[in-house]
Design a binder for this molecule. Structure first.
Ligand code: GLY
Length: 424
């Protein structure tokens, strides 16, 4: 098959690394890709929101299968565009990607179908939101309805912070039109777990659990980021939790979407909170997590393309997923200053240290080539350094060792990825 991956970050590098190993893949393209993906795929300089150019490329290049990885093009209907052109595409259609694209939609869906989640109210009008906050208990969570690069969630400790938050989201439009609506949600306590699943609209298959570290600084301090590191599996995701979620959260979500006439095919990423009252949904994503994919996919033993095709074809019931027992840890190397302001264009040295090592991965998130073919930093998150280990502690030790192999001028990393493992 001739395959096109749409996207250009660490998640897409992890997907490309798995697809490149597939016996079904004859030729791999990535739009736009990055300097790391270029070792596995032919990168084409087309942006993820340039739908006409992507379609034209896929038609001209006789692409058999497209994988749409990021949230923005999924929410805007890129899968529908390829399908209308007669090309198979992995990912939810626009009417199903709303599961991530609108927090208000997903909360209403959960309420309607009895899927455990925090109490909430949706608001279109900032004055009504402010009125509601007068009798709320704190802390409380404000969520911009739409996509906001994972940053549209504010945890407010008191009424003043919440009032400021409503202003930021709905009046100042800090997250653009994502803040035209807003969800106000009860704050939940517990451990957070990310669970990635495949679905063909009827059957759901669970990949593996993982845990992200969203804050920029050690001890979960600093600003929210896209994610500074992950580990998989989560030791807190027990068999009992899994059985509960399968019965009360995962399958009911797939069935609810089908009942609503929004059959979901692709990856559903369940952001869960393991509360004292049991697991509840924090959020849904309609795609692989980033950097969750960088620890989940290296552990997966199936042919990824075969599984993705089964999702599109509706034959996922014939597939059992296989994951190695080995654990994985990913530490993100970022540009100092991320997620606010940071410098780009720094030369990255030492990348060759990863060559020929099949239990270490250097996934490129924000990199590009210079004219003289040096690899330069090109984003806030630059590299995801992943290592496999016999257990989580071994994987963490190895991942941190490997972070020393590469250098660039403004390299920044958290030093406590996987610290929660020590609580087990
Ligand atoms: N790591 C969280 C996300 O991908 O949204």
């Amino acid at each position: 098959m001739r395959v096109l991956i749409v996207g250009g970050g660490g998640r897409e590098h992890a997907i490309a690394a798995s697809v490149a190993k597939s016996k079904k893949c004859d030729k791999l393209f990535c739009a736009p890709g990055n300097a790391g993906i270029a070792a596995l795929a032919e990168c084409v300089p087309i942006g993820v929101m340039e739908f006409d150019r992507l379609k034209e490329f896929a038609v001209n290049e006789k692409i058999d299968f497209v994988i749409v990885a990021p949230d923005d093009p999924l929410a805007a209907g890129l899968v529908d565009v390829f399908e209308e052109a007669g090309i198979k595409a992995f990912g939810p259609r626009k009417n199903a990607a709303i599961l991530e694209g609108s927090k208000a939609f997903s909360k209403d869906l959960m309420k309607k179908y009895g899927i455990p989640t925090a109490e909430y109210e949706n608001f279109d009008d900032p004055h009504k939101a402010l009125e509601y906050l007068k009798s709320a208990s704190y802390p409380i969570v404000l969520k911009a309805d739409g996509l906001a690069l994972g940053k549209g969630v504010l945890i407010c400790r008191n009424a003043k912070e919440a009032e400021d938050g409503v202003k930021e989201i709905m009046e100042d439009k800090k997250f653009g039109s994502a803040g035209n609506r807003m969800v106000i949600e009860q704050f939940m306590t517990g451990r957070e777990v990310s669970v990635l699943t495949f679905t063909d609209g009827k059957t759901i298959r669970v990949m593996a659990s993982a845990q992200d570290h969203k804050r920029a600084k050690d001890n979960d301090e600093g600003l929210n980021t896209g994610g500074m590191g992950t580990f998989s599996p989560s030791p807190f995701y027990t068999d009992e939790v899994h059985e509960f979620c399968l019965k009360n959260i995962y399958q009911p979500t797939v069935d609810a979407m089908a009942k609503e006439g929004r059959t979901f095919k692709g990856v559903i990423f369940f952001g869960l909170m393991l509360t004292p009252q049991g697991p509840k949904v924090l959020e849904y994503n309609a795609r692989f997590g980033d950097p969750e994919a960088q620890v989940v996919l290296p552990r997966m033993e199936n042919d990824l393309l075969e599984v993705m095709e089964a999702c599109v074809d509706g034959t996922l019931d014939g597939i059992e997923l296989k994951f190695m027992k080995d654990a994985a840890v990913c530490v993100v190397l970022a540009s100092d200053g991320y997620p606010l302001s940071y410098e780009k264009g720094k030369e990255i040295k030492g990348l060759e240290a990863f060559e020929g090592k099949d239990r270490y991965f250097c996934f490129h998130a924000g990199t590009r080539f210079s004219e003289d073919k040096k690899v330069l930093t090109n984003g806030g998150r630059v590299l995801g350094i992943t290592a496999l280990g016999t257990d989580l502690k071994d994987a963490r030790k190895k991942a941190y060792e490997a972070t020393e192999w590469v250098s660039f001028d403004n390299k920044y990393l958290r030093t406590d990825i996987g610290k929660a493992i020590d609580d087990v």
